[in-house]
Structure formats: C-alpha cells, structure tokens
Design a binder for this molecule. Structure first.
Ligand code: HEC
Ligand SMILES: [Cu+2]
Length: 416
C-alpha cells in the first residue's frame, strides 16, 4: 500500500465502524432485555452442585471476557480518535497532506506479547473449563442411592421416565412429563429417544444431554432442594418442539419414598355404577389402544398389563418390559402429576400452593384444559396424528358426548 492511499482508507473505514457500533449497541440492548424478561428457564439460578459449578464457570469466563472486551474495544476507540484524519470541508478539497508517523515493519516484542498474553488467558480459562467438563462427564453415581437409574426417553413431543430402582433390568415406575427426585442424591440417567434427536435440559439442575435414537447417553441429575424445576427440549425436533417441556421435582427423601411406593402400585378399578366406572368403559374403547394403565389395560385391550405385547411399530423401541408404554404416556398415576401434555398445561390450578404429594387430594383441577385436551388434543398442541408418513401424538375425539368426557375425567381423577 502506498502512503497516499492511507488517508482515504481510514476515512472509508469510518461508516463501517459506526455500523459496527450500532450493531453492538443493539446486541447489548437485546441481551439486557432478555435478561430482564421473566423467563422460567433461568440458567443462572442453580439448584444443584453441578449446576452451581456450571454457573460459576460461566460467571468467571464472563468476567474475563468482559475485561478483554473492554480493553480491546477501548484500545480500538482510543486509536480511532487519536489517529483520526478529518475529512475536508469542501468536496473539491483534497485531503490534507498529513504528516505520517514513522512506518514500521514488525515489532518482535509486541508480537511475542500479543501471542503470549492471549495464550495465558485461554490456558487459565481452559483449565477451569476442562475441570468442569470432566466433572460433568463423571456419571458414576454412588451405590446407596434410592434409584439405580432413570431411562429418559424423548419422543415427539413429550418425555417418558422409566425408573429402575434395582438392577433387574425391569422398569419399576414409568411416568411422563415429571421426573421426581429425592433431594440431595445424584441420580444416573440414560438418555435416549424413540424417534428423532431431542435434548434433555433442566437448567437449574444440570446442563444438556442429547437424546439420540438407538443410543443411550449417560447423564446425571440432582435436585439440590425441594421444588419444581422447569425443563425444555433443546434440540429442534419438529412441529411441537417448543411445547416439549418437562418438570423435575425435588422431594425430601421420606416424601420421595411415599411417592415411589404409590407410583409402583397398580391402579384399581373404579366401583361399579360410578361415573368413573362409566369413564373406564369409554377409556377401554377409545383410549387403551395407546395408553397403558397398570393393572387395568393393555395395549391390545385384552389382558392385564403383564401380558402386554408392547408396541413395536416403526421407529419405536421394542421393549418387552411390562409397564412401559410404547406410544403414549402411561396414565396409571396421571392424577398425581402437576402437569400434562409434555408439561405445558397445569393439571391443577393451585400447583404452587399445594404440596406435590397432596395434589391429587387438594389440587384444584384445571378441568377446562383437561377436557379440551381430551376432546381435541391436536388443537391444544399441534401434532401429527394424521400424518401419512408416521403418526405422532393423540388423536382428536370430537365425537365424545359431554357425558363421556365428564366420565373420562372422573375416571382419570381416580388414577392418583
Ligand atoms: C393414538 C394414540 C392415543 C389415543 C387413542 C389416546 N391418546 Fe392420550 N395421548 C397420546 C399421546 C401420544 C399423548 C402425549 C401427547 C403429548 O404430550 O404431546 C397423550 C396424552 C394424554 C394425556 C396427558 C398425559 C400426560 O401425562 O401428559 C391424557 C390425560 C390423555 N392422553 C388422555 C387420553 C384419553 C382420555 C384418551 C381417550 C379418549 C386418549 N388419551 C386417547 C396418545 C393417545
Ligand atoms: Cu425438541
């Protein structure tokens, strides 16, 4: 480059830098606004040791990044102003014949400096990052846990949780939408999928792990405190990806044991002559082809669940265990859950006021939403029930009479 070109160059670069500045301001504004928004998925509100570690790493690296950013941008702004060349007042004017500083070619000390300093910074950041990564990858759970492992199965568009309380290979509890955990125990998860790739994430409790069909990815989760912690699917998985939520629920150990004992019990048939019994009849005819209720239904609606031939259609896991639903949430204890349909609707209106274990007895049923779901699920949550290339989700049941729907709800509410 010849010396005479330099002033023109520096003037030309000015609009692009101001555009850059404007973009930066816009970005910062968006970042600030989104930080202020009341988002339920708060990545900076850790409720477990490992989530705490991730958060600390994030803050540490963030501080380093902010310092580097301020120094570099400060230097850029300083130099831009210090060595600015004023444009001529008049268009016909040529640029003033500036005096140029001495032109140099390379500066060994500077170059060594700006190689070493970033290397040292990255080494420090890398040291802490790797430490956290190794901790995250360490999925060895201790032996004296309540739960051997939970197989987490993602599918369009909800999560199934198969609890193995011992190592006999048979799931002891199968539930959907809510992962209930004893506080303070790091539980082993095996994350997988029945169809496409999903990603399991409960930000308050741990980072993400992809759910890949045909693969079982180990992961851990620990609830550090009692509470309900929201989670989202974080790998785009089709139509209702945005409505594929879940909840992790932390319970004190004694409460968790009560919960688990209840979940392991079969459902009992409703007393004859009741609305619930009428609902069970409708359920057997309309719903049992997809939904399992331990002790009451089977997939082919002939025998009790222990003789079930489990669903083995295209793209689904073939699983010979009893109690494992193949295509739809296991409803054996639906009334004990706080939410339904992939965690997007609250089953009870007062979930935050009632103890989790008391929901079925003291919960204020969100009846309108549950009925709307039964009558036309795809309208409540887009799905692909009529897709010619692979049906997903619950079918609409608009032909049900009002009585049928009332009776179905009465029946479902006996499943606590
Ligand atoms: C074609 C299979 C199919 C049939 C038939 C079916 N469902 Fe479903 N149902 C599903 C699927 C799949 C889901 C999960 C949908 C989601 O969350 O996206 C579901 C979810 C539900 C849920 C919420 C469960 C939870 O834990 O989130 C309830 C309650 C329910 N169905 C009730 C019924 C009733 C009552 C009937 C009969 C009138 C019925 N279903 C018939 C497939 C079916
Ligand atoms: Cu998804």
């Amino acid at each position: 480059m010849t010396e005479s070109e330099l002033p023109v160059q520096s003037v030309r670069s000015m609009p692009s830098r101001s555009r850059q500045l404007r973009a930066l301001v816009a970005l910062a504004t968006v970042a600030l606004l989104s930080a202020c928004a009341d988002t339920p998925l708060d990545t900076m509100a850790p409720e477990s040791p490992i989530a705490n570690e991730i958060n600390n790493l994030f803050i540490g690296v963030g501080i380093v990044a902010i310092i580097v950013f301020v120094l570099v941008q400060g230097a850029v702004i300083y130099m831009a102003r210090r060595f600015r060349v004023d444009a001529p007042d008049d268009e016909d004017d040529v640029y003033p014949d500036e005096e140029f500083p001495a032109q140099i070619h390379g500066n060994t000390r500077l170059e060594i400096g700006w190689t070493i300093v970033p290397t040292v910074i990255m080494a420090i950041v890398g040291f802490f990052t790797l430490g956290t990564l190794f901790n995250l990858d360490d999925v060895s759970a201790s032996d004296d846990q309540q739960i051997e492992k939970v197989v987490v199965v993602g599918q369009q568009w909800w999560w199934e949780f198969q609890y193995h309380l011992d190592d006999d290979g048979v799931a002891d509890i199968v539930t959907a939408g809510e992962l209930v955990l004893p506080v303070g125990e790091e539980i082993l998860l095996e994350v997988t999928s029945r169809d496409v790739i999903h990603s399991f994430w409960v930000p308050a409790l741990n980072g993400k792990r992809d759910a890949v069909p045909g693969r079982s990815s180990p992961w851990t989760i620990e609830a550090g405190s009692v509470g309900r912690f929201p989670g989202e699917c974080t790998e785009f998985c089709g139509l209702s990806h945005a409505y594929m939520e879940k909840w992790a629920v932390g319970l004190e150990l004694a409460d968790w044991k009560t919960w688990a004992a209840n979940q392991m019990a079969d459902a009992t048939a409703p007393a004859e002559g009741t609305d619930a019994a009428a609902g069970w009849e409708v359920f057997s005819a309309q719903c049992a082809s997809c939904h399992v209720i331990n002790g009451l239904t089977s997939l082919n609606d002939t025998d009790a669940v222990d003789s079930v031939e489990l669903y083995d259609g295209a793209n689904r896991l073939i699983d010979k265990q009893t109690q494992v639903s193949g295509a739809a949430p296991n409803l054996t204890h639906i009334a004990s859950r706080s939410s339904f349909a992939g965690g997007i609707f609250e089953l009870y209106e007062n979930v935050d006021e009632v103890d989790y274990l008391d929901l079925a007895s003291a919960g204020d049923l969100n009846r309108g939403q549950l009925e709307a779901w039964i009558i036309n699920a795809p309208e409540q949550k887009a799905n692909a029930w009529d897709s010619p290339t692979g049906q997903r989700g619950m079918t609409p049941f608009e032909a049900l009479s009002d009585d049928d729907v009332d009776n179905l709800v009465a029946f479902l509410m006996t499943l606590d």
